[in-house]
Design a binder for this molecule. Structure first.
Ligand code: PMP
Length: 422
């Protein structure tokens, strides 16, 4: 095999025709495979079923305060459990409802209406509010910005985090840039973990907006697939050391540890920030669902048990990641028409086709019964400037289905790429 751009016309035509044949055959199979979202598989959800048995009518005698109103910032035992995951102390954490996205959305909307702790005025009273969006990134972060007319400035992700030269230059000169989205461990979709240097530069950088905030979405903090996972430097500590203790909001949830629909989410930040958030939260609610927090506390008991539990997830997820990578190598390696990440954890693999191919590949895959995340989803406003990025989410389908789906994806990539050269 040789790279497509070096192939003679006859070989190209031959490769194209074979791909076309495989594509038509796949269509006849009436497949219905979905790799669009990073949902845990039923097998993964089963790992936490016992959690539902931890709170019953028979074992709540001493726990009327859990059943009642109160504890706006969460159950103290839940703070004890999750403080290790977030690497903070219990004064620096709020345990909330089932979704970290909800907390992020809330913080942004309140910042627009009231400002954050160090604002002179609400963000919404500024002429422009902008956020830095490392790309490719998590579509739902970008949708929050779109919803509230926060302009996004794309900055490329490099191998160890966002392009910090670019980020530093932007925030130093533009007071309307109020924040940055970061998925610092096993980023969505590339699976990149930020280096210590990137963490330090984010913590230290000079920002023209004095109320600049880092939205540190550590959704995949313990979602390792290998025995020697990369480590992520503690962002709150780095901010404290840089004399910017109020710069960061850190998020985590058990959505992909227990149940995405009924997990527990948390935000961590400096004590000053947490007090400020709590004062707003107590207007909004008289307390979170502490029963679910107690279920999680009883199910896990301690942080080590969370890590042991995550190893069971990894046993289910790793073969799927391996299968995707194996097929991509075997079907595409030497053609020079795609590159992809090989993450050590998280939920996604990010694949780049040649420029201007991704939407057509995704459209064809769908025609053959394989649904992938929409083209451009990982970019602000749904616009991938090079139309090349495809997010692969292998968690939900079975191993056999993953194999089939990636096979079809490769066929579509070859088909679209050969057509570009013919
Ligand atoms: N952040 C990232 C980076 C995610 O990938 C996801 C889930 N796909 C979420 C947040 C959502 O988390 P939650 O269920 O806690 O809202």
């Amino acid at each position: 095999m040789s790279e497509l751009k070096q192939m003679n016309h006859a070989n190209l035509q031959n490769l194209h025709d074979k791909a076309k044949e495989a594509f038509e055959a796949a269509k006849k199979e009436n497949l219905s495979l979905n790799m669009a979202r990073g949902k845990p598989s039923p097998e993964q959800l089963k790992l936490s079923l016992e959690l539902l048995n931890t709170v019953t009518a028979d074992n709540m005698d001493d726990h009327f305060s859990v059943l009642n109103y109160g504890m706006v910032d969460g159950l103290p035992e839940a703070k004890e459990l999750f403080k290790e995951l977030l690497e903070v102390n219990t004064e620096e954490i709020i345990i909330g409802g089932n979704a970290s996205l909800n907390i992020m959305h809330d913080l942004i909307s309140k910042a627009l209406i009231k400002g954050v702790i160090d604002s002179d005025r609400p963000w919404g009273k500024e002429d422009h509010v902008k956020f830095i969006a490392p790309v490719p990134g998590y579509d739902r972060h970008f949708t929050i910005c779109e919803q509230y007319d926060i302009e996004m400035i794309s900055v490329d992700m490099l191998e160890d985090g966002p392009d910090m030269d670019k980020v530093e230059e932007l925030v130093r000169n533009d007071a309307s840039i109020k924040g940055i989205w970061c998925v610092p461990k096993y980023s969505n979709p590339e699976g990149i973990t930020y280096s210590d240097e990137v963490v330090d530069r984010l913590a230290k950088m000079e920002t023209k907006a004095k109320d600049f905030k880092i939205f540190w979405d550590n959704a995949y903090a313990v979602h390792d697939l290998t025995d020697n996972p990369p480590t992520l430097k503690n962002m709150l500590e780095a901010c404290k050391q840089a004399d910017n203790p109020n710069r960061v909001f850190m998020f985590a949830s058990t959505s992909k540890i227990t149940f995405p629909g009924s997990g527990v989410a948390a935000v961590a930040a400096s004590k000053e920030n947490i007090d400020f958030i709590n004062s707003q939260l107590s207007v909004q609610t008289i307390g979170p669902d502490k029963v679910n927090q107690l279920r999680h506390v009883r199910f896990f008991q301690n942080y080590d048990n969370i890590l042991t539990h995550m190893k069971k997830h990894a046993e289910i997820m790793k073969p799927k990641f391996d299968k995707v990578i194996e097929i991509l190598h075997s079907k595409l390696d030497s053609y020079g028409i795609a590159s992809w990440t090989e993450p050590e954890g998280g939920y996604f693999i990010s694949l780049d086709t040649m420029d201007n191919c991704a939407s057509e590949v995704i459209r064809l895959a769908r025609e053959a019964g394989v649904t992938l995340t929409g083209a451009g989803a990982a970019f602000p406003y749904g616009q991938d400037p090079r139309d090349r990025n495809i997010r692969i989410a292998p968690s939900f389908p079975s191993l056999g289905e993953v194999e089939k789906a990636i096979d079809v994806l490769c066929t579509c990539i070859i088909l679209v790429s050969t057509e570009k050269f013919l």
